[in-house]
Design a protein around this ligand. Structure first.
Ligand code: F0G
Length: 451
């Protein structure tokens, strides 16, 4: 069994040509065919305990006082690449996020049970922390002083935090004016060198790839296979919360497609390890204006990437050239999942509905509910099915969006203005009142009459 004190060579496999290399001999892409790499699991020659032993070991660690055990990522360390050499991970006690039942959303969508796996409840408010704890720990172990990412905001917030905790410096490239202020402010607070570059996410990525090829900087975007290993643990934790009985569907937003790839890898590994007996259908939802995967699947049968010029108010997934598209296509195929796209107004409505269930999330996460409604109408999700929506970011990640929504001016002056009338029943604009008891009582009376 792997333990953190053994020094073990991690192996990477190319998702294109299948070539296997030692991690020390690889960059982040295959030297032969240029495709992305993934961590080979299980490592050859490594014996893992049986499924029942793993399940009880992971659960028992929840009562431990050690930082590694308290992390919802590292308590699953048997399925992670071993850090080795007695190294301890950089951890903010990420993971261990709640699973909420969304009864209002289930009624709205017309399905038996809808759950939210709320990754926005991570330390920096998004799912990125589960991958960052692993990749940042490997960066520090390999002696890097600098780490970097291009980001639509959440990766940068997370990276900056883990870099600071691990005593490393961080460089952030974000598209100018196209990310939320809350995410930008996180990167600043955690001390990142934060560059607002006059381009979009895809442009930031192109520049950063060149920068890291010239400097000894560790790239922490999701093409980094260690990030995806950490993100796998979300699926393990979810299955633990379901007593290892998979739901019928898991629905996830798609941007650069690292998350869907990680979840799929995790479910396949769990099946191989005998932890679960079957796979849920994993479906990926994108914004209509950033629908590269949807078009790749529908127009090219998943064989060739269709890049798009991305435009959506769900800025976290405003990505036109997703790096992990091949990995994501493989997950769709292996799990018999599907892809769907949703409009700006559908995203805004779904976000308010998740809010009305007392949970809330950022716009990119709400594509999951908007997509679910469509998949139910199409008959892909049946009324009796159980569904898990992976909510990737916290409501407070994008307060501007939420305020504009409730004030009714989110779509003002846009082509969506007419469609946006369906949002009115969910809008709760702030009410300015004279400082009198009567004014408050009158407001209460009027509110009583609202549906
Ligand atoms: N949801 C949120 C809240 C995100 O921040 C992202 C990606 C996604 C979904 C999509 O996940 O890229 O793995 O398919 N945000 C990245 C960033 C790109 O820079 O923060 P994906």
């Amino acid at each position: 069994m792997s333990t953190s004190t053994q020094t073990v060579q991690v192996l990477l496999r190319c998702v294109g040509c299948g070539r296997v290399t030692l991690v020390d001999e690889s960059g982040l892409t295959c030297a032969v065919c240029g495709n992305l790499l993934e961590v080979l699991f299980p490592l050859p020659g490594f014996e893992l305990p049986d499924a029942a032993t793993l399940k009880s070991l992971w659960l028992k660690r929840r009562t431990s006082r050690s930082a590694e055990d308290q992390s919802g990522v590292w308590r699953f360390r048997e399925i992670l690449p071993p850090l080795g050499g007695g190294q301890s991970p950089i951890t903010l006690r990420e993971g261990n996020t709640p699973l909420y039942e969304l009864s209002l959303c289930a009624r709205i969508a017309g399905v038996r049970q809808v759950f939210a796996k709320h990754q926005g409840m991570n330390p920096t408010g998004s799912f990125k922390d589960t991958g960052m704890t692993v990749a940042a720990s490997f960066a520090r172990k390999d002696g890097f002083r600098w780490v970097a990412c291009a980001s639509t905001g959440n990766t940068s917030a997370s990276m900056a935090a883990y870099a600071a905790r691990g005593g490393m410096k961080s460089l952030v490239l974000i598209p100018e004016g196209k990310i939320s202020w809350s995410k930008l402010s996180q990167a600043l607070e955690y001390g990142a060198v934060t560059c607002q570059v006059k381009t979009d996410f895809d442009g930031c990525m192109r520049i950063l790839n060149e920068v890291v090829s010239r400097m000894p900087i560790y790239l922490l975007n999701s093409i980094n296979p260690f990030r995806l290993e950490g993100q796998k643990t979300v699926a393990f934790e979810l299955m633990e919360q379901f007593d290892w009985q998979p739901p019928d569907h898991v629905i996830v937003p798609g941007g650069n497609l690292g998350n869907s790839s990680a979840l799929g890898k995790a479910f396949l590994e769990m099946k191989d390890l005998g932890l679960i007996s079957g796979l849920p259908k994993i479906s990926v939802i994108q914004a209509e204006g950033a629908n590269a995967l949807v078009r790749t699947v529908r127009e090219k049968g998943g064989k060739e990437l269709v890049s798009v010029h991305a435009e959506t108010l769900a800025t976290a997934i405003r990505i036109g050239n997703p790096a992990s598209w091949k990995k994501a296509v493989r997950v769709l195929e292996a799990s018999s999942g599907t892809v769907e796209q949703v409009s700006e107004v559908e995203i805004a409505l779904a976000k308010a509905e998740i809010g009305a269930d007392g949970i809330g999330c950022e716009p990119a996460s709400a594509v999951t509910l908007a997509g679910l409604k469509k998949l139910v109408k199409q008959g892909f999700v049946k009324a009796g099915d159980s569904v898990v929506l992976v909510l990737t970011g916290h409501l407070l990640k994008d307060p501007d969006f939420t305020l504009k929504f409730h004030r009714g001016d989110l779509f003002e002056g846009t082509p969506h203005e007419k469609d946006a009338r369906v949002l009115v029943p969910r809008q709760r604009a702030p009410i300015v009142l004279d400082a009198s008891v009567d004014a408050v009582l009158r407001t209460l009376e009027a509110a009583e009459k609202r549906p």
